[in-house]
Design a protein around this ligand. Structure first.
Ligand SMILES: C[S@@+](CC[C@H](N)C(=O)[O-])C[C@H]1O[C@@H](n2cnc3c(N)ncnc32)[C@H](O)[C@@H]1O
Length: 243
């Protein structure tokens, strides 16, 4: 099974640019975080331990730490550079820990030892794995959850049609553009749109239909499986380990 080349995430310049762009939060991000916070607030008992898988600079875990000021968050990523960025963004905080784990490795869970989490959140990281490997990781994830624990996956998903893909691309780039995400770039709006439409995730065929991925969660034994939020090709879905 050929895995996509993820070496760019190990590159300091690539990571710096990615992190720099993320410093401007888009309205979409605020929507995602609001839904995530509502889910966590609605759990039958207060969540205590969170895992941010494929954390990058820790965007999702940090958003959770900001709202739930008692939780411990484990930030995990393939990339040591990304974990350094996450560490810097979190700052001194004894509620945060950082672990390197490569989801492409079959033994990726070993690094967590006996730890079990109330919530696992994975933001836009799973699509960096080939379909079969992604499926295996999804199958494995519930084993890291405590009974009743929640898994939330935010992902780009495949467009159902070419027209909807265009609608998605323009919506996303416009929203980000007006939110100031591309400020500082010399590219025009149309060039940014073109670049976005031809991003590697798409050209490499890494985006999968949402329904297929939701089906995997149910087959992995999760309850309460659903799409929690979706606009065009951006989605947040998940489920809970039976209590
Ligand atoms: C698009 S970024 C998203 C980062 C972060 N979750 C966010 O939403 O800002 C994708 C992240 O997945 C990580 N990643 C890619 N392949 C991975 C793998 N095989 N195992 C673990 N993390 C991986 C990258 O290093 C990168 O930090």
């Amino acid at each position: 099974m050929q895995q996509p080349d993820n070496s760019a995430w190990l590159d300091a310049d690539h990571v710096r640019q990615y992190v720099e762009r993320q410093k401007t939060s888009s309205p979409i991000e605020a929507e995602l975080f609001a839904v995530l916070a509502r889910l966590l607030r609605s759990l039958p008992s207060k969540p205590g331990r969170i895992l941010d898988l494929g954390c990058g600079a820790g965007r999702f875990g940090r958003a959770i730490m900001d709202v739930f000021d008692w939780v411990d968050v484990t930030f995990s990523d393939l990339s040591a550079e990304m974990l350094t960025a996450a560490r810097e963004a979190v700052g001194e905080n004894e509620r945060a820990s950082f672990l390197e784990a490569d989801l492409a490795e079959t033994a990726w869970r070993d690094v967590f030892g006996q730890q079990r989490f109330d919530v696992i959140v994975s933001g836009f990281s799973l699509h960096h794995l080939a379909r079969d490997r992604r499926r295996e990781v999804v199958d494995d994830m519930p084993r890291l959850l405590r009974p009743g624990g929640l898994l939330v996956v935010a992902e780009w998903v495949a467009s159902p049609s070419a027209w909807l893909e265009q609608v998605h691309n323009r919506w996303f780039v416009e929203t980000s553009w007006h939110g100031g995400v591309f400020e500082g770039d010399s590219a025009t709006f149309e060039q940014t749109l073109e670049r976005f439409a031809n991003r590697e995730d798409v050209t490499q065929g890494l985006l999968l239909p949402m329904d297929e991925q939701i089906g995997w969660l149910a087959e992995a034994g999760l309850d309460d499986v659903s799409c929690f939020w979706k606009t065009f090709d951006m989605a947040m879905f998940g489920g809970r380990r039976p209590a």
